[in-house]
Design a protein around this ligand. Structure first.
Ligand SMILES: Cc1ncc(COP(=O)(O)O)c(C=O)c1O
Length: 418
């Protein structure tokens, strides 16, 4: 057997892609002037040259987990490869979980708009929120106020605390769609009562993609002596925002949704005084060294550092394209999806028209769409949104094409015709 055939046969047996490392090498980004001249052409090239997404796939579920572009895949594969080849420079060791990773945190902090020492890496927002809820000292009778729009990973840590410690949890209903950001802020701020110790809410809600006026809510809560915890799983990468400007005490994020990071990347942030009061949950040596600040929350044992190399490659990718350019594109696509939905008489939009109240998540309820037929058509046409028919959530990112939006709405109408 020829050598190449032998390699192909071995790769086939192992289920391995041949040349997996070279397959993820990406060419240089297109000239930004093209983005001005012919935006659709620019973004089509980004999709084709920078992602491995199949041509036929309409992927519109970044709200659950994003897709990593080639530079990220390459960084992950390359780091794993160099680790296995014992080819790391002197100071590098292929893991995290005992290290403070100052250089990595510094680069990430610059992108997120916060200080390195107040930022810890976690595996996802779920973990960060569990650490925060478990690390705040609360007693029986203390109250946590949250909205009725929270993700399970945000609310359940408080439900666990309720079962274990006897705190009370109150959920404030948010009308869908809300009339304004001020309305959302008023509802939350006025819900604060004499026993409220913590106010917890999402910067962008999970099922409905609503952008909350985080700063206004946090400032009002602080004035009442209430701790604020913000679930930012959908914020970074979707909407340009600096964590430090949000005014909250604690913050959790999931860069693997909108920031191009590989799955398994999360962040935990806290204001300096707030971090000093937070108990770590998973510990090894060093948890009681206050000089380590947020790094105390990263001592979680041996872990796969390749994903953080990938996460930083995602940050560089986003910076090279430009966060403002990314936001302008993905929000314009979301607005297009919203306007398309608005024209359908059997649709109730949950996303308000106000551009400040949504980024790249659009949600609506549909009546008269046969769920089985709809799922079948989506599978046939390779459309991937958050599964569900009564309520549809569409995510748009830089790989989303106008034709993907068109295909989705044609499919909705076809499913209804049955
Ligand atoms: C608002 C919100 N918070 C938290 C999470 C959990 O994120 P992760 O699975 O990355 O921990 C999600 C996931 O969809 C979410 O939408």
């Amino acid at each position: 057997m020829e050598r190449r055939q032998a390699i192909l046969a071995a790769a086939g047996l192992l289920g391995m892609p041949v040349s997996s490392r070279s397959a993820v090498a990406a060419p240089a980004l297109p000239d930004p002037a093209l983005a001005e001249r012919d935006p659709d052409k620019y973004w089509a090239r980004i999709r084709r040259e920078q992602f491995v997404l199949p041509e036929a796939r309409a992927f519109m579920n970044n709200g659950s987990l994003g897709v990593a572009p080639k530079p990220v895949l390459h960084a992950v594969a390359d780091f794993l490869h160099r680790g296995a080849a014992m080819a790391m420079p002197d100071q590098e060791y292929p893991r995290w979980g005992y290290e403070d990773m100052d250089a990595h945190r510094g680069e990430m902090a610059a992108y997120l708009g916060c200080k390195r020492d107040q930022l810890a890496f976690t595996h996802n927002a779920t973990e960060a929120m569990s650490v925060i809820a478990n690390g705040i000292d609360l007693r029986s009778g203390d109250e946590v106020v949250m909205t009725n729009q929270e993700h399970g990973s945000g609310k359940n840590p408080w439900f666990l605390k309720r079962a274990r410690v006897g705190i009370t949890v109150r959920e404030v209903p948010i009308p869908l769609p809300p009339s304004s950001q001020d309305d959302i802020a008023d509802r939350l701020i006025s819900a604060i009562g004499p026993s409220t110790r913590v106010l917890f809410f999402s910067a962008i809600t999970t099922a409905t993609g609503l952008i909350f006026p985080v700063r206004k809510i946090c400032d009002a809560a602080r004035a009442k002596g209430v701790i604020t915890v913000v679930d930012g799983a959908h914020l970074n990468g979707q909407v340009a925002a600096r964590i430090e400007d949000l005014g909250c005490d604690y913050y959790a994020g999931s860069p693997h949704k909108w920031m191009f990071a590989p799955a398994g990347c999360g962040i935990l942030w806290g204001r300096e005084e707030a971090l000093e009061k937070l108990w770590p949950v998973i510990v090894t040596g060093g948890w009681d060294n206050p000089a380590r600040k947020a790094a105390r929350f990263m001592s979680v044992g041996t872990n796969n550092r390749a994903i953080f190399e990938g996460m930083l490659a995602g940050v560089r990718f986003a910076n090279a394209i430009g966060p403002e350019r990314i936001y302008a594109r993905i929000h314009a696509l979301a607005r297009e999806a919203r306007e398309r939905a608005e024209k359908l008489p059997f649709v109730k939009l949950l996303t308000p028209a106000d551009d400040r109240m949504y980024g790249s998540l659009v949600t609506f309820e549909m009546s008269g769409v046969d769920p089985e037929r709809f799922s079948k058509l989506c599978a046939e046409r390779k459309i991937w949104t958050l599964p569900g028919t009564a309520r549809m959530r569409v995510s748009t990112h830089i790989h989303t094409r106008r034709s993907d939006i068109e295909t989705l709405f044609r499919t909705i109408e076809d499913a209804r015709k049955a």
